[in-house]
Design a protein around this ligand. Sequence first.
Ligand SMILES: NC(=O)c1ccc[n+]([C@@H]2O[C@H](COP(=O)([O-])OP(=O)(O)OC[C@H]3O[C@@H](n4cnc5c(N)ncnc54)[C@H](OP(=O)(O)O)[C@@H]3O)[C@@H](O)[C@H]2O)c1
Length: 310
Amino acid sequence: VTRDDRPLAGLRFVLVGPGRVGESLACWAVACGARCEVVAGRPGSPRTAPLAERLGARASSAADLDPVAVDFAFLMVPEAELADVARRAAGRLSGVALHGSGALGASVLAPLAAAGCTIGTFHPLRAFPVALPDLARARGTFFALDGDAPARSLGRRLATAFGGEAGVVPEAARTAYHLAATLAGGGVTTVLAAAWEVARRAGVPAAALRGYGELARGALEAALAAADPAEAITGPAARGETETIERQLAALEAEPAARDLVVALARVGLERRTALGAPTAAQRALAERLSRPELLDRSRVRVLASKPRP
Ligand SMILES: NC(=O)c1ccc[n+]([C@@H]2O[C@H](COP(=O)([O-])OP(=O)(O)OC[C@H]3O[C@@H](n4cnc5c(N)ncnc54)[C@H](OP(=O)(O)O)[C@@H]3O)[C@@H](O)[C@H]2O)c1
């Protein structure tokens, strides 16, 4: 008999919610030596049986799970479903129950705690536009933990096995933690999408659009290499070039959403830059210009007013 030296060998688990995150985490755990006993999905979900077969597990409906003795359970269902799923699974699961929401703390799993489980969170700070079952994709991921001590300690063990890092993000900090994730992920891509649209409308050639991507990549690399990303903020707002900003805002008169974005980015960029050192006279002048309330007092601007591209 050969010994299994993989870091999660000997651990048994249940996956509830075989979606993008659930499939990824379950595949990573199995690749690290854990054994998946049951994949439980929504009744009639086409994802449950194929994933169960791939992982050598039983397929089940999450609504009537047979009691199963395991070390942990991944509850990777949409946030709105978590409380209900926890209530239905209470008394049927054992060990540590972990959910994958970034915005919620462990307490949404209270019905499982009342039924004897330890509860916690295991939120991967990564975008899953599709399932990422290859363990190599887990490398470097941060996992946000919350909950009971055994849940946090299991979370650390899983994160280390996956080649990632873990840290505790308590319930009171979850909204801000999740908001920062939204800014770092969807916020950055939204800014890039807005840049492309502004350039495209002005007739800038298509090849330049790829160029903006390279520009963004370089800027992000510089920001990540700096002690504080604010050190790497460049552009007219960071330099306090009021006239340039005025010209840009005038050019965006017909695109109110992009205009508001430029104002907001200039305000925040200037604030972050000047937090690093005393503002120059130019930066102070721009800050004064950007403080005028009429710049963002545009409550009657209609959102979604632009026409879809032909
Ligand atoms: N996607 C991301 O980038 C990302 C990143 C980090 C964390 N998260 C978090 O991870 C969790 C799961 O998100 P996801 O993106 O993996 O969602 P998803 O791809 O939509 O998968 C959710 C899965 O849960 C199943 N499900 C829904 N209601 C259920 C219920 N009552 N009982 C059992 N299964 C149920 C769905 O069934 P069907 O297959 O029938 O639809 C689906 O398989 C969420 O808390 C989300 O906030 C997501």
